[in-house]
Design a protein around this ligand. Structure first.
Ligand code: ADP
Ligand code: ZN
Length: 624
């Protein structure tokens, strides 16, 4: 029932809340969305920092519809642009994308629409925006705003620098009256500073949302038999979409085969595959339900599939930032999802070798080693995973989360106060500038040339730590760092200094004590949490509703959705998100009016799909 419809949208001057309800079918703004949207509608510029799944798109899509003129969205990823355009068109918005993969007739159509003012949003790659005469054409038209998505691409420090992004500096000069909104999920302060400087946003506002993803359950497991562990983990997720990350191409291939043999609908994905194989794997993952992609980190950028229920790591990622980004691909729809990882000390030397063998300069290698240390520190830290992760992103979570392995499977800790006192003293006595290797030498009383030339044999701390071995001291120093007792010396090539001094002194005086995990974790006898996140945190209202939902009705709705999607050649989640289906199954509306109340059903979708959805629900009720 695909009717080609002339989409009429003109929301100019509307109230943002009304646009949110009518067009997108949502009741209320989330977190800082409201403030951002109002700021931009009033003509303000700024930078939005929000985690993946936080709802960045609405921050510019709503103002795009409330302000006069065309909104231009700059995005580096073709797949992502196309998805957004499909989703907007489903909601009745006049959107188009301009990028290198567009056929020439489609391009001339687009120019015509642009000329006649028949577009609300134009997605464009930076090359297309700045090459050719698009800027001249835009200068002749009223513009609602510029949105610069994935704005961290302008930063050389960040992990995804794109030289084309640098030229976006021109926008501020050529269109001084048009609001510019930069958006990214990369939080670190240095990248943030570069974005502001390079996109001339000094006069704008910065909107920082929490980077917590409460619906993700973090589960870390000691690596034993990775194959068996993965298969056991996946049992709870049969039939659901997920990503399994492995370090190398050969591991991707062998694990994909393993999963296929165990009856999972698994596909492999890595950079060594033919382009056609890669794109068919990608399209299966996007369009078919319950596909598991086994991939190297080549996979994931630009994937905005909302219903990824798990991300599994078979090997340690490169850094805690990478871990956060990769696991963040789970549960964008806000429903419970799991980030699962097996890790062991064996992963680390290999990663160190990769760093050493790369062609980066010495300073860059140092940074990479420090980043890896922070990640290893995260895996070893005794407390709540989410608290450690958020602390690394510069955020404080006051209470343990209750949704990670540490919170769900309490540990037996050992008192390590004395060892910590020795380590902290060694840092102090050597002048708060040496790294773990030298500190360990001092603690163990090693007779190295460096120890001798620095005169460190004379120190009172020399040789006071013989009760632990080298690895144990290294572990302890990392644990102390990840808990803030120690911190890296800025630009200090791996050197360590004291963290907050009053706290450190209290520990040295014995007024505080320190409990840490035992050096070698006992094997699997602890009580295990379900691998599957049940949520359990406040923002998961739908998770609670799910209990009363009949799985049969969900299946019926998903089947209907799959047919719809196939007929139109779009991914299923563009028709309705899982979240919407779950709510439909919980509420079982019987009239169009009630249907319109369901989250994710705006006016256009109500008109297009309303009757059909009611028929599915009615048909299912008649059967049961
Ligand atoms: P991001 O780009 O930040 O990763 P998206 O813009 O794709 O996130 O939004 C993530 C999900 O949250 C989408 O499914 C979107 O429809 C949903 N969403 C965003 N804002 C709201 C809101 N105010 N109410 C309900 N759902 C929302
Ligand atoms: Zn926790």
């Amino acid at each position: 029932m695909t009717r080609a419809r002339v989409v009429q949208s003109n929301f100019g001057g509307s109230d943002p809340l009304q646009v949110l309800r009518q067009v997108f079918g949502y009741d209320r703004f989330r977190g800082p969305q409201d403030a951002i949207v109002r700021h931009v509608i009033d003509g303000g510029s700024g930078l939005v920092l929000m985690p993946t799944g936080g709802g960045k798109s609405l921050c510019y899509q709503v103002p795009a519809l409330c302000r006069e003129g065309l909104a231009v969205v700059i995005s580096p990823l073709i797949a992502l642009m196309d998805d957004q355009v499909l989703a907007l068109r489903q909601a009745g918005v006049r959107a188009a994308a301009l990028h290198s993969a567009l056929a020439s007739e489609a391009v001339s159509d687009l120019w015509r629409h642009l000329q006649r003012g028949e577009l609300d949003l134009l997605y464009v790659s930076p090359e297309r925006l700045l090459g050719g005469d698009l800027l001249e054409r835009l200068q002749e038209r009223p513009l609602a705003l510029f949105a610069i998505d994935e704005a961290h691409c302008v930063s050389q420090w960040g992990h995804d620098f794109r030289p084309e992004y640098l030229q976006l500096q021109a926008l501020a000069q050529r269109f001084p009256q048009v609001p510019r909104l930069a958006l990214t999920a990369t939080a670190d302060p240095r990248t943030r500073g570069e974005i502001i400087e390079r996109l001339a946003l000094e006069q704008g506002r910065v909107f920082l949302a929490s980077f917590d993803r409460p619906n993700i359950r973090y589960l870390l497991r000691p690596k034993q038999e990775a194959k068996e562990q993965l298969l056991a983990f996946l049992e709870e997720f049969r039939g659901e979409a997920g990503i399994v990350y492995a370090r190398s191409r050969s591991r991707v291939e062998s694990f994909a085969a393993l999963l296929q043999a165990a009856g999972h609908d698994a596909v492999g994905y890595h950079a060594g595959m033919e382009a056609s194989q890669r794109s068919s794997a990608l399209s299966r993952f996007r369009n078919d339900p319950g596909v598991v992609v086994v991939a190297t980190i080549a996979f994931g950028m630009g994937i905005d599939k909302p219903d990824v229920r798990f991300v599994a790591h078979l090997d340690l990622p490169k850094s805690l930032e990478a871990y956060y980004q990769e696991t963040g691909r789970a549960g964008r729809d806000g429903l419970p999802a799991t980030a699962w990882m097996v890790h062991g000390p064996g992963d680390v030397p290999q990663l160190r070798r990769f760093i050493e063998d790369s062609d980066s300069d010495a300073a860059q290698k140092r940074i990479e080693h420090d980043k890896l240390d922070a990640l290893v520190g995260f895996t070893e830290a005794p407390g709540c995973r989410r608290q450690v992760l958020l602390a690394h992103l510069g955020e404080t979570l006051p209470e343990p989360c209750g949704n990670c392995d540490r919170c769900l499977e309490p540990q037996v800790l050992e008192d390590r106060t004395v060892a910590a006192q020795k380590a902290l003293s060694a840092v102090y006595r050597t002048g708060q500038r040496f790294g773990a290797a030298h500190l360990t030498d001092v603690l163990l009383g090693a007779d190295t040339a460096r120890v001798r030339s620095l005169g460190h044999r004379e120190l009172s701390v020399y040789g006071i730590g013989k009760e632990l071995d080298r690895d144990q001291w290294r572990t302890l120093l990392r644990q102390l760092t990840s808990q803030g007792w120690l911190e890296p010396v800025p630009e200090g090539r791996g050197g360590l200094r004291w963290g907050e001094e009053t706290r450190v002194r209290a520990l040295l005086r014995g007024e505080l004590s320190l409990e840490l995990l035992p050096a070698t974790p006992p094997r699997q006898e602890r009580q295990r949490a379900s691998e599957r996140s049940r949520g359990g945190r406040p923002s998961l209202a739908v998770g609670a509703a799910e209990a009363e939902v009949d799985a049969g009705l969900i299946t019926a709705l998903k089947d209907w959705r799959r047919l719809q999607a196939r007929e139109q050649g779009v991914p299923p989640y563009v028709v309705f998100h899982d979240r919407t289906l779950v709510e439909l199954a919980a509420r079982r509306p019987s009239r169009l009016d009630d249907l319109g109340q369901v989250s994710g059903i705006g006016a256009a979708k109500l008109e297009r799909y309303g009757e059909a959805v009611l028929a599915v629900i009615e048909g299912w009720q008649a059967q049961t």
